[in-house]
Design a protein around this ligand. Structure first.
Ligand code: SAH
Length: 271
């Protein structure tokens, strides 16, 4: 997809994921958009190297083609979506990513809803404070951390099986633990219908533009949950629409900003 607010820019010369995210931060601070603002979103994006999800200019803030008429969204768009959903991306939450494409955003979701694993943790004295639900076994200088307690669940639903397969490979190269502990999985299906098996969801993200808010997705949202979906016909203005299901089950929606996404299309599982 293209940029937000009708403009598009590139961060020429960004050489690493950290540089890219820092540039995003500074540019948006300057613009006072506050797109990337929370520590949790920042760490999820820093931990997820875009070069593992696209080999085309991964550190440029622009969408890139990933084949099958799909694109990996621009990093600022990923940041924007993560921030809007951040309060719903908590330990133990269930998340659905419709049109998961490259799997980049799906991996960020997984990082935000699960407890950290030892592979990501640098042993220091703070570990006892930040990870109270974990047991630590010290043996010959090796720290083994056994995860206890709940972990979130993230499902990416993608209708092009080649993309679903590639996104699984991307995440495996990134961090096999994300797939191994059952936190994240990609399924092939028509995302317009959601993924009933994992419902209800605390947050649903749609990475392609629908003509109208898909009713099945609203149905599969938990009370108190949030759905983020670009709405608009191909070639016409699209609005990133935030749909909130309140604790009493009533639904409200709000147009957040104009965007440009590839269309959410009919099922084509056979490809
Ligand atoms: N967030 C993704 C966006 C990928 S582009 C990323 O940044 O990588 C949108 C994706 O939606 C494409 O991969 C496309 O194949 C998928 N898509 C379109 N219509 C769909 C449908 N009905 N069901 C599931 N996936 C769909």
């Amino acid at each position: 997809m293209c940029g937000l607010f009708g403009h598009r820019w590139t961060t020429h010369g960004a050489g690493s994921q950290r540089q890219l995210v820092e540039q995003l931060q500074s540019v948006y601070r300057m613009l006072e958009r506050g797109i990337l603002k929370s520590e949790r979103v920042l760490s999820a994006m820093l931990a997820t190297d875009r070069a593992l999800y696209t080999d085309r200019s991964p550190y440029t803030d622009a969408p890139q083609p990933i084949g099958q008429k799909a694109t990996i969204s621009a990093p600022h768009m990923h940041a924007y979506a993560l921030e809007l959903l951040a309060d719903h991306l908590r330990d133990g939450a269930s998340i659905l990513d419709v049109g998961s494409g490259s799997g980049f955003l799906t991996a960020c979701f997984a990082r935000m809803v699960r407890h950290p694993l030892v592979s990501e943790i640098e042993w220091n004295s703070a570990i006892h404070m930040v990870l109270p639900p974990l047991f630590h076994i010290l043996a010959g200088g090796v720290v083994l951390v056994i995860q206890v307690g709940s972990t979130g669940r993230v499902v990416g639903v993608e209708h092009v099986w080649r993309l679903a397969r590639r996104s699984t490979e991307n995440v495996r190269r990134d961090d096999p633990n994300l797939l191994g502990n059952g936190c994240l999985r990609f399924v092939v299906g028509d995302g317009v219908l959601g993924w009933a098996e994992g419902a209800p969801y605390d947050a649903i993200h749609v990475g392609a533009a629908a003509c109208k808010v898909p009713p099945k997705l609203v149905e599969q949202l938990r009370n108190g949950g949030r759905l983020l979906v670009p709405v608009g016909r191909p070639g016409r203005a699209q609005w990133l629409t935030q749909v909130d299901k309140k604790p009493d089950g009533s639904v409200s929606s709000r147009k957040m900003t104009t965007v440009t996404f590839v269309p959410l299309t009919e099922s084509r599982h056979s490809q």
